[in-house]
Design a protein around this ligand. Structure first.
Ligand SMILES: *Cc1c(COP(=O)(O)O)cnc(C)c1O
Length: 394
């Protein structure tokens, strides 16, 4: 037995370092990838088509287009929304840089609206105060898997004749009043990056109810070519392709979809596991001088993507960054979601943004810590995390 009280041996050994966001990859995924490799069809093909079908069925959406990242999904969604240079896209300062970069890649001008400090989601009142003649798109992020206030956001979209693009990178399972996240507006963008709720290694998906937009996105995702490359090599004769516009190289491979098909089949099972871990953390950590995530709102389904605690040095006696270091010394990996967007030098230089102008996102970005929440965690892993947090903060 390790004598934790002496603080000499870490709670976990170095060989047993708990990697944050480690995915659960099982035999079905492995077999399907091997089958793709054996078949010789590695690129975009029948497995991508099946994954799109399965995903649109699961989300009750009309059209799904698979791409190679959520960043690509957001980029193409903004292009398909018809953005022109200088058009403004309102989004949250508490997000991954990809949300902002995708707006920039599409030629839009990102405008930040501060968050609600309890839900950590974009605040509709702040959005309203940022709407101008140039505003074209509202791009909310369902932070940590908690749905944004879609009634009020959809009302703003309708009142000002805007487009709505949901960043659903955390929100595969998320629902709001019985409706699926990613189906409220024009486009919903999803991520299958390794740490996300289901993974394809790298990957993304766009949902839309507009047939013509889905077709345009499919074209843009593959060089602007009129026909999917894989259709050209079918057994019904050679087909020419025609380049209709200058597109991108954003298509998903069958190798990735092979993983995704089986990950999606387990989406509920994984969600239930994360929900159980979430409940265990709430129960075990509620006596500590930290903030825990708010309970999910009524009539919503939380995606349980991140379990974020807030470490306020004034209450805990330890800074957030020293807490991160102390947990790492116990061989437990953590995440930070996120330093607010205006903390980054590029955006400061380019837009003159200051963290202080978005005070809620700034404070949360400086206090937040994400604990491990992967469905791969064993009961012992979860208890190790709890023990380490209590030891450092208790
Ligand atoms: C992960 C993430 C993205 C980007 O997803 P990729 O698939 O890695 O491109 C975008 N937005 C948010 C909120 C994310 O967490």
């Amino acid at each position: 037995m390790q004598t934790i009280s002496q603080g000499k041996s870490p709670i976990r050994s170095q060989e047993d370092f708990l990697v944050f966001g480690s995915p659960c990859i099982e035999i079905a995924e492995i077999k399907e990838v091997v089958a793709s490799m054996t078949s010789g069809w590695l690129g975009t093909g029948p497995k991508v088509a099946r994954f799109e079908q399965d995903f649109s069925n699961y989300k009750k959406a009309d059209y799904a287009v698979a791409v190679n990242s959520c960043t690509a999904a957001i980029h193409l969604s903004i292009l398909a929304a018809g953005i022109k240079p200088g058009d403004e896209v309102i989004t949250t300062p508490l997000t991954f840089c990809a949300t902002i970069n995708a707006i920039l890649h599409a030629g839009g001008k990102p405008v930040l609206a501060d968050i609600d400090p309890v839900t950590m989601n974009i605040n509709p009142e702040q959005i309203a105060s940022k709407i101008t003649d140039k505003t074209k798109v509202i791009l909310p992020v369902h932070f940590a898997g908690r749905p944004c206030d879609m009634d009020r956001i959809c009302a703003l979209v309708a009142d000002h004749d805007l487009k709505l693009i949901e960043d659903c990178a955390h929100a595969i399972e998320t629902e709001y009043k019985g409706r699926q996240a990613g189906t409220f507006g024009d486009f919903g963008s999803f991520s299958f990056y390794v740490t996300k709720n289901i993974t394809t290694g790298e990957g993304g998906m766009i949902l839309t109810s507009q047939k013509s937009a889905a077709a345009r996105i499919k074209t843009l995702a593959l060089h602007g070519m009129s026909k999917d490359a894989w259709k050209r090599f079918g057994d019904d004769g050679y087909k020419h392709y025609y380049v209709e516009e200058c597109g991108y190289k954003y298509n998903m491979m069958d190798l990735q979809a092979a993983i995704g098909i089986h990950q999606l089949a387990k989406v509920k099972q994984y969600w239930l596991k994360r929900e159980a871990i979430w409940q265990r953390y709430i129960e075990a950590l509620s006596d500590l001088p930290i903030s825990l995530p708010a309970s999910p709102e009524e009539n919503t389904q939380h995606g349980y993507h991140l379990f974020t605690i807030l470490v306020d040095e004034a209450k805990t006696g330890i800074s957030r960054d020293n807490f991160l270091n102390a947990m790492t010394a116990e061989n437990i990996g953590l995440g930070v979601h996120y330093l607010s967007i205006p903390e980054h030098p590029y955006y400061q230089k380019t837009f003159g943004w200051k963290p202080e102008d978005y005070p809620h996102a700034m404070r949360i970005g400086r206090q937040t810590v994400s604990l491990p929440l992967s469905p791969k965690l064993t009961d012992k892993d979860v208890e190790d995390v709890i023990l380490a947090v209590k030891q450092i903060l208790g």
